[in-house]
Design a protein. Structure first.
Length: 94
């Protein structure tokens, strides 16, 4: 694994997500996932970005997968709840 590239794209993705640039965040997290395909944090962050963007179904699946990979990590559960809430709000606004 290229740790420096992974850290770079992960940090860039988090910054983009915090700035509500979900398409950019998604691209960063997909690149990080290509480097570390079973990293629950990256899976969760990608899922969260997708639920805030145009990928509700894929996003919720990824959020659930992240929790399955590391059920004890509270941040993954928090992201799952946030993603489900975002998905629900988007569905209700249609």
């Amino acid at each position: 694994m290229n740790a420096s590239r992974f850290d770079f794209v992960l940090r860039r993705g988090v910054a983009a997500q915090h700035a509500h640039r979900y398409t950019e965040a998604e691209a960063c997290f997909r690149e990080a996932l290509a480097i570390a395909p079973n990293d629950p944090e990256v899976i969760s962050l990608l899922g969260l970005s997708l639920t805030h963007g145009d990928g509700l179904e894929e996003g919720t699946q990824l959020l659930e997968r992240a929790v399955q990979l590391d059920p004890q990590r509270a941040s993954l559960r928090f992201n799952l709840v946030e993603g489900l809430e975002a998905a629900e709000l988007r569905v209700l606004s249609i």
